[in-house]
Design a protein around this ligand. Sequence first.
Ligand SMILES: [Zn+2]
Length: 87
Amino acid sequence: MDARTPLEKALWDRIGPPLYYCAECLRSVKVTPVDGAEPIVQRKCEHTGQIIAPRRAICVGKGGASMGTKVRIAAMQAASAITGRTV
Ligand SMILES: [Zn+2]
């Protein structure tokens, strides 16, 4: 079910989907990397299903040891992308 807000839909159309989003409702998911541990996942919804990462295939929940690094790199890429688009 698509539970995106009008703003989120506009962002999808203009700059593409968020770095991570819920597979069930398409709302963006914030993933915060944690050194030596699984990332902190902050959803805007109550779903527990898969998180989609359009730029890479990951499965949050039972992550491997290398996942924190991958998420950190992705977060940095997202941060730079946002900075570059700041008006
Ligand atoms: Zn959801």
